[in-house]
Design a protein around this ligand. Structure first.
Ligand code: PLP
Length: 382
């Protein structure tokens, strides 16, 4: 079945009681047992499992072309679950170009558990090979990356990592399962912040993990059930509903972002437009190979000038709302040092490809001309 069809149908089984097409929100903490230890249905207690969450988890696995899906209370909770595979004495490598919250988690939480974390430039396969030579349990990548839209070669990276016996986890939040499926490039673990494109309407905080390997799935399920960082029934339902329209939303996001990126190239107030769809983007060819049907809805603008100019631009748009987050139908603008990449110091931000004059745009599904006009007008204020 084609992926676009799966997005509309995944996880949908006719409701056994009334035949409702929409998966019911089973707002239930517990479920009756017929005899001791034998619940009426499949579920006993809402932390271990819930029918609405289960429908979402089935859908997530299907659209990410994996076997096992797990839904969490947030993207960060999903990252925490992935890191449950790490134990004392393990070493982990992470790409420089990573979401600030993940960076903060890896640097401040993992060392306390006896896990050492190092950062590497994963666009350089030689550097990556050298750093994996010393052995590691996990490699964390993100492509396209937040906010620099750095593209990583998943196929080549997984080959190197697997040669060293290292598992690869990929944050696929920016691309979404509609544009890219990391598992099909050899990645072992896929993670999403469902808060972004999967939810798609800026009204829910949630996350997910999808894997193919049974042993990995058991570790992640165990962590989910024991720590209880689960997506609630209503939040699960919102993400499930978001997935139904992922295809048409992503098509609109991609189209708008491409159009805006192309028209902003060469603007006198702009030093560089970072968008993988532009032929001069260093990851363009790779992105064209890895991302089907489009280059995503995120683009970053490096403004001529410094921090002050970038802040002024971010504060001057009207249609683009100044807010943390991304991936909703409405356009947002953000200044990473004050939002997604606040936990990083300026050096780490530079290594992540985010200089102080970079502003990030989450291009929504509004009319592209209106959005472009808003940007051009805001640039006049810089
Ligand atoms: C937002 C985000 C996260 C964290 O997700 P939350 O749902 O906010 O916890 C992780 N990775 C990326 C790329 C993100 O944009």
């Amino acid at each position: 079945m084609n992926k676009a069809t799966k997005m509309v149908h995944a996880g949908l089984e006719p409701d056994p009681v009334f035949g409702a097409l929409s998966v019911p929100i089973y707002q239930a903490a517990t479920f009756e047992q017929e005899t001791v230890g034998h619940p009426v249905g499949k579920w006993a207690y809402g932390r271990g499992g819930n029918p609405t969450r289960h429908a979402l988890e089935v859908a997530l696995a299907e659209i990410e072309l994996g076997r096992y899906g797990y839904a969490f209370a947030s993207g960060m909770a999903a990252i925490d679950a992935v890191c449950a595979i790490l134990t004392q004495g393990d070493r982990m490598i992470c790409t420089h170009a990573v979401y600030g919250g993940a960076y903060e988690y890896f640097r401040t939480i993992l060392p306390g558990r006896g896990v050492s974390v190092e950062f590497a430039d994963c666009t350089s396969l030689d550097e990556l090979d050298a750093s994996l030579q010393q052995g590691a349990r996990l490699l964390w990548i993100e492509t396209p990356s937040n906010p620099a839209l750095t593209i990583l070669d998943m196929d080549a990276i997984c080959q190197i990592a697997h040669r060293h016996g290292v598992l690869v986890a990929a944050d696929n939040t920016f691309a979404t399962p509609y544009l890219q499926n990391p598992l099909s490039f050899g990645v072992d673990i896929v993670m999403h912040s469902c808060t972004k494109y999967l939810g798609g309407h800026s009204d829910v905080i949630a996350g997910c993990v999808v894997v193919n390997d049974r042993a990995l799935s058991q570790t992640i399920f165990h962590h989910q059930a024991v720590t209880g960082n689960v997506a609630g029934p209503f939040d699960s339902w919102l993400v499930l509903r978001g997935i139904r329209t992922l295809k048409v939303r992503m098509q609109a996001h991609c189209q708008n972002a491409m159009q805006i990126a192309q028209k902003l190239v060469g603007h006198p107030k702009i030093e560089r437009v970072l968008y993988p769809g532009l032929p001069d983007h260093p990851g363009h060819e790779l992105a064209a190979r890895q991302m089907q049907d489009g280059f995503g809805g995120m683009l970053s603008i490096v403004i001529k000038g410094a921090e002050a100019e970038a802040r002024r631009f971010a504060e001057s748009t009207e249609l683009f709302t100044l807010a943390v987050s991304l991936g909703g139908v409405e356009s947002l603008i953000g200044y990473p040092p004050a939002s997604s990449h606040r936990p990083m110091n300026p050096e780490a931000r530079l290594a992540a490809g985010a200089p102080p004059n970079l502003v990030r745009l989450s291009v929504g599904i509004e009319d592209a001309d209106d959005l472009l006009e808003d940007i051009i007008h805001a640039l006049e204020a810089v």
